[in-house]
Design a protein around this ligand. Structure first.
Ligand code: CU
Length: 281
């Protein structure tokens, strides 16, 4: 009994110690796990870090994670508002690109998330810059710098004029890792209102006819057309890929009245649509 009296307080101390140790209760996770830093912008107060899965920006759809570091103590902010303005300066004109808002990543404390759709790049990957405007504790800051945008090896974005005279930008989001299966296909559709404004176009239909040009232009079974998903503000459908190789995803864009704005049906005489995206895997 005398021994127990001695052991109990020690046990209690051990329990107290282990439960108060922050590294046990809240192990420090690297929230950028699975992401690679593309670039960072600094002003004298802060550093904005930008991450993608590949560590690069490509033509087409880019999902981008962002965090803001306090330069004085190297901690990351977790409560602020932030907006961005991407811009491409070309010899003949300056323009922006389709962009989402930037929202807090609900699965991470310090990360915010959004997307940009780069519709083009230049031969040396230059021309694009991003200006961030953000507010921390009611103080507004800006940072602007240039970025490199690489040309994607296959057509993952297409810019075209519809029969309604409107300029559209269609970009592939998924599958990002195509498989021999029925893949979830997801695309974004924006219109060019002017050089700097690219609103989302909802409630259209995008028909899908994937073909393998190298193998008699055969198709695949169980594809479905893409329709607008209000929650995701993107278009979803089923893309059936029956083998590896190069696939041309022939598309038609229809407005809510069912009028074809761009693209053709595939026939013996029409091997491909003027509206398409590409996959090779
Ligand atoms: Cu341009």
């Amino acid at each position: 009994m005398k021994k127990l009296k001695f052991i109990l307080p020690i046990l209690a101390l051990i329990v107290l110690f282990t439960s108060c140790n922050p590294s046990d209760d809240n192990p420090i996770v690297d929230e950028t796990d699975g992401l690679q830093k593309v670039t960072e912008f600094s002003n004298q107060d802060h550093t904005i870090e930008m991450y993608t899965k590949s560590g690069k920006f490509y033509t087409g759809y880019n999902e981008i994670s962002i965090r803001i570091k306090n330069n004085t103590d190297n901690t990351y902010f977790n409560d602020y508002t932030i907006n961005w303005m991407p811009k491409m300066v070309m010899p003949s004109m300056t323009h922006s690109c389709p962009k989402s808002t930037i929202n807090k990543d609900l699965e991470a404390d310090s990360l915010y998330k959004g997307y940009l759709v780069f519709q083009m790049t230049s031969a040396d990957n230059s021309g694009w810059s991003i200006k961030f405007i953000y507010t921390i504790n009611n103080v507004e800051y800006t940072i602007e710098n240039t970025i490199s945008v690489l040309q994607a090896p296959r057509q993952r974005v297409t810019v075209f004029t519809g029969s309604d005279g409107v300029r559209y930008i269609l970009a592939m989001v998924n599958p990002s890792k195509p498989e021999i299966a029925v893949n979830d296909m997801e695309v974004t559709l924006h219109k060019m209102e002017n050089m700097m404004s690219f609103p989302i176009v909802p409630d259209y239909t995008i028909t899908l006819d994937p073909r393998m040009p190298s193998m008699g232009n055969h198709s695949s079974p169980n594809n479905t057309d893409l329709t607008y998903n209000t929650d995701e503000m993107m278009y979803n459908g089923d893309l059936s890929l029956t083998m590896t190789g190069y696939w041309k995803l022939n598309l038609k864009l229809l407005n809510p009245n069912g009028e074809i704005l761009k693209g053709e049906d595939i026939t013996d005489n029409v091997p491909s649509s003027s509206l398409y995206l590409e996959i090779e895997f």
